[in-house]
Design a protein around this ligand. Structure first.
Ligand SMILES: Cc1cc2nc3c(=O)[nH]c(=O)nc-3n(C[C@H](O)[C@H](O)[C@H](O)COP(=O)(O)OP(=O)(O)OC[C@H]3O[C@@H](n4cnc5c(N)ncnc54)[C@H](O)[C@@H]3O)c2cc1C
Length: 468
């Protein structure tokens, strides 16, 4: 009887899963589906608190789907190599497969694990299940990595080879009866204090939730995406697929295929929405391309001269920003949406990030760390790109002299003030002054004073940047 191991990581789904297809081909009799929780103080970017909440529910959903089809998900805790090795020895597995990761520390770890297992006569195969184009698949004309988005996206769209979406298997082989698993609760992914209830109420982690989300977005909203995507008050202005993509509950290949399929349906006229949406998916690809080729960028600016930037060490202001108490309504609305739901709209991410690095002169690394802990979609590649882009120190970044004005950004992208009123209840009675409550005579329930004057802060930032 042949036995194989499928090691789940950031690919918590059964559909469009090349590594799953491979283990099914190799070992139709017995499969050890395993997820290994390997928390380590040494790993600088182990999942933050909000991501762990998501992971808990995503593992629950995956394990239920596997069980419905006849298999069993084994949960283990500890070093990945010894866990895989022991599993293989205990159950006589000779084949191991997994989906490739691209984060620098994981690339090193996985390369070592593969070599070690192979030296013990196991066959190991790894697959691309998380990207449309793996970081080495597209190259500039001189053979190097891209640092500018537009030519990168053109190269990705030109890629000839397209993988068909793999169907979800109807049945799965059982795990050996004696194979043991921890209970999900034993991984201790949920926080001890219950700050996460609203996160749980806001989302449906797991493959079914991801597919529903994609279907509804493509059916109802993608055609208007170009017009709606910058307005945070619109619930379905964007897809909200990011945490599902982050945990691999859906693949970008499925997203691309679903959008292209919709475009082929009768009565679907050409709309910029589809195109722009696919381009956003390619921003995620770009983020992975950069992270893979410039692994130092998780902590260091891509453009070295920015290493000398005189950031302020200002824990008090950083705290006010984290709590959404800066006195700038759109910034505070975003930071409170993040704390309560684990997610923030992209436009608002850019505004709050710009406010931290340019108005408060607090480093982008401090901002990235807070996002890492509080976002359910916290993703090392996209988070690093987003912060370096905003700070002006990354690839294809916003020029440093582009300082978002948090008041006019609010007026432009939340013109009715609905988004602000929703997340900042102190301002719920304001209408015309919702973007500048200090001008209003209506009681604003203790809403804080502005912690900096934007125009003075802007001048200070520009001077500091000019000195570079
Ligand atoms: C400072 C900052 C930090 C960010 N941190 C993260 C992060 O940790 N994880 C994360 O997934 N995204 C991050 N982003 C990118 C972006 O804000 C989110 O992907 C987006 O808001 C997710 O919402 P959505 O799924 O509704 O997006 P949609 O607008 O529906 O876009 C569809 C998908 O395209 C991808 N995408 C869209 N915009 C970007 C982008 N600018 N960069 C990379 N991928 C993109 C995402 O996978 C997204 O789910 C960050 C942006 C900024 C400015």
């Amino acid at each position: 009887m042949s036995c194989a191991i499928l090691w789940f990581r950031n690919d918590l789904r059964l559909g469009d899963h090349p590594a799953l297809r491979a283990v099914l081909d190799r070992a139709p009799d017995q499969i050890l589906f395993v997820y290994i929780w390997e928390p380590s103080e040494a790993a600088p970017w182990e999942p933050g608190a909000a991501s762990r909440v998501w992971l808990h529910h995503s593992l629950l959903a995956l394990s239920q789907s596997i069980e419905k089809k006849g298999g069993r998900l084994l949960l283990r805790r500890g070093p990945s190599l010894s866990t895989l090795r022991n599993l293989a020895q205990e159950h006589g597995a000779s084949y191991v497969a997994w989906t490739r990761c691209y984060e620098p520390a994981l690339v090193l770890r996985d390369t070592a694990i593969k070599a070690s297992l192979e030296s013990e006569r196991l066959t190991v195969e790894t697959f691309n299940g998380s990207l449309i184009a793996e970081p080495w698949e597209v190259k500039t004309t001189t053979g190097g990595p891209y640092q500018v988005y537009t030519p990168f996206s053109r190269a990705v769209f030109k890629l000839r080879e397209r993988r068909d979406v793999l169907p979800e298997p109807r049945i799965l082989p059982p795990a050996p009866r004696e194979a043991t698993s921890l209970q999900l609760e034993e991984l201790k992914l949920l926080p001890r204090i219950s700050w996460h209830r609203e996160i749980e109420a806001s989302w449906t982690p797991g493959e079914a939730g991801a597919r529903r989300n994609l279907t509804e977005f493509v059916r109802n909203a993608v055609s208007d995406y170009e017009a709606t995507r910058n307005f945070p008050a619109l619930e379905s202005g964007t897809s909200r697929l990011s945490p599902h993509l982050r945990f691999g509950e859906i693949s970008p290949n499925m997203v691309r295929a679903r959008v292209e399929e919709a475009l082929r349906e009768p009565n679907v006229g050409h709309s910029l929405g589809y195109e722009v949406f696919l381009k956003e998916i390619v921003w995620r690809e770009f983020a992975y391309h950069l992270l893979f080729h410039f692994p130092q960028t998780t902590t260091k600016p891509l453009r070295p001269k920015f290493e000398r930037f005189p950031w302020k060490d200002d824990p008090e202001r950083l705290k006010l920003w984290q709590k959404g108490e800066t006195g700038y309504p759109i910034v505070d609305a975003g930071m409170r949406q993040l704390w309560r739901t684990g997610w923030m709209h992209n436009r608002v991410r850019m505004i709050v990030a710009s406010f931290l690095v340019k108005d408060l002169l607090v480093s982008w690394q401090d901002g990235a760390r807070w996002f890492w802990d509080t976002l359910v979609d916290a993703d090392l590649a996209s988070n690093t790109l987003g912060w370096q882009w905003t700070a002006g120190c990354g690839a294809d970044a916003a020029p440093y002299f582009r300082v978002f004005n948090p008041i006019t950004q609010g007026e432009k992208f939340d013109p009715s003030g609905d988004y602000i009123r929703r997340w900042v209840p102190e301002l719920s009675k304001l209408t015309s002054h919702v973007h500048h409550p200090w001008k209003s005579s209506v009681y604003t329930g203790g809403y804080p004073q502005q912690i900096v004057d934007h125009s003075e802060a802007r001048d200070e930032a520009l001077e500091a940047f000019a000195r570079l």
